[in-house]
Design a protein around this ligand. Structure first.
Ligand SMILES: *Cc1c(COP(=O)(O)O)cnc(C)c1O
Length: 433
């Protein structure tokens, strides 16, 4: 089916859409936060649900005509609850950063102290970075990884929490290859009287597939994106394993305790956002439906097998992985023993249609625009259908490119091989781009 005929009215945009589809089709996508949605998820976003205003929540809207979108949103909520085995879900956050902002707004006062994972060690901007609202409005403190192991030292987390007495502790990262000890984080949060938030933006799909530790029994609140390993539309979610009374003794006018679910809901709307994106929420429902299928669990297992294969292949070729390997879908490669920085490596690989991002490594001496490392993830290539054998091939290509980062002939010949490989794994074959 031709995809672009309905925007013949705008050939300029149609041309750009076609170019981007071609780029996605011909390249090896290794950006750890990216994935390829199903046709169903993607097409659901491009529908007339975008026309509907629905401020509020199902059954309690500030607009008429919400009967159908109420059902859509409730379906998304119900499927998400089933997927993670949780009691509470909010599917309205426009993105992962918005989900975190809504939670911070709901459970903190301006100036309250937060303890998060250091951005320069793999954390996320929205966990207290000084350039982000979370570091401007709240007082941010951080834990990081140990120099020796490249892993989070839980004793240091405990010491820092005792010293700083934060109101909220955040676990979760954008570039951390190891699983999380949620039980230990719980004990630390209880000791200092902090709320505990797990931001599972990256590993959400692997947690849903039961490949990684489940934070739900341990943490107070979970936030996530829906578009990384969870493979849904670009968006955010908030969950709680169990709903409970708020810990601050807030009551309704009639004196009834206010549930945390109500406090989180009002953090999203009216606290942080206006009208929900019901077309995206419908696509979230489709993605959660897909993630509930047994095939999604198989997908997650393959994502991890591919990551392990690549990590091992890199180590065998003399590469230094932060923490020495991976438990999940990504790895952080420290290139400081390879005579290239992250910026040069990203560019050289890009010339061969292999897309990665430069990334700070813990204790990096380079600036964030240069960096000493690259981050690599397997969620997207696994969706394309690549398996262990292709992963080893890709590591060989990356190694050749990094050894000669200026060699345009090497880049051109590898690009040809990359394009040849990816043509065997069609992306959106029903779309004529
Ligand atoms: C990606 C990510 C986010 C933010 O997601 P956006 O949808 O880009 O706003 C938040 N937290 C973590 C840990 C992430 O990796």
């Amino acid at each position: 089916m031709p995809f672009f005929d309905f925007i013949q009215a705008d050939p300029q945009v149609a041309q750009l859409l076609a170019s981007e589809l071609d780029r996605q089709r011909r390249g090896v996508e290794l950006i750890a936060s990216e994935n390829f949605t199903s046709n169903a998820v993607m097409r659901t976003m491009g529908t007339w649900l975008t026309n509907k205003y629905a401020e509020g929540y199902p059954g309690r809207r500030y607009y008429g005509g919400c009967e159908v979108v109420d059902e859509v949103e409730q379906l998304a909520i119900d499927r998400l609850k089933e997927l993670f085995g949780v009691e509470y879900a909010n599917v309205q956050p426009h993105s992962g950063a918005q989900a975190n902002a809504a939670v911070f707004l709901a459970v903190l006062n301006p100036g309250d102290k937060v303890l998060g994972f250091d951005l320069s060690h793999g954390g996320h901007l929205s966990h207290g970075s000084p350039v982000n609202f979370s570091g401007k409005v709240y007082r941010a403190t951080f834990y990081g990884v140990s120099r020796e192991t490249g892993q989070i030292d839980m004793d240091v987390v405990a010491e820092t929490a005792r010293k700083e007495r934060p109101k909220l502790i955040v676990c979760g990262a954008s570039a951390y290859a190891r699983d999380w000890d949620y039980a230990r984080f719980r004990a630390i949060a209880d000791e200092v009287g902090a709320l505990l938030l797990a931001d599972i933006a990256h590993p959400a799909g692997l947690i849903a597939g039961k490949h990684l530790a489940d934070p739900a029994p341990w943490v107070d609140i979970i936030t996530s994106t829906t578009h990384k390993t969870l493979r849904g539309p670009r968006g955010g979610i908030i969950m709680m394993g169990k709903d409970k009374d708020n810990p601050w003794g807030r009551t309704t006018k009639k004196g009834a305790p206010i549930q945390m679910s109500a406090i989180l809901n009002s953090g999203v709307f009216p606290g942080m956002q206006g009208g929900p994106l019901e077309h995206v929420i419908a696509a979230k429902a489709v993605a959660f439906g897909e993630a509930l299928l047994p095939s999604f669990r198989t997908y997650g297992a393959q994502v991890m097998a591919n990551a392990h294969t690549m990590a091992e292949a890199f180590v065998n070729r003399g590469y230094q992985l932060v923490s020495g390997g991976t438990d999940n879908h990504l790895m952080l490669i420290d290139l400081s023993n390879k005579n290239v920085n992250g910026k040069i490596a990203e560019k050289a690989l890009g010339q061969a249609d292999i897309t990665v991002n430069k990334n700070m490594v813990p204790f990096d001496t380079q600036s964030p625009m240069v960096t000493s490392g690259i981050r690599i993830g397997t969620a997207a290539i696994t969706t394309r259908g690549l398996k262990e054998a292709q992963c080893v091939q890709i590591v060989d290509w990356i190694d050749a490119l990094i050894q000669k980062p200026e060699d345009e002939q090497v880049q051109a010949s590898i690009r040809k091989e990359v394009n040849g490989l990816m043509s065997q794994f069609p992306l959106y074959p029903s779309i004529q781009g």
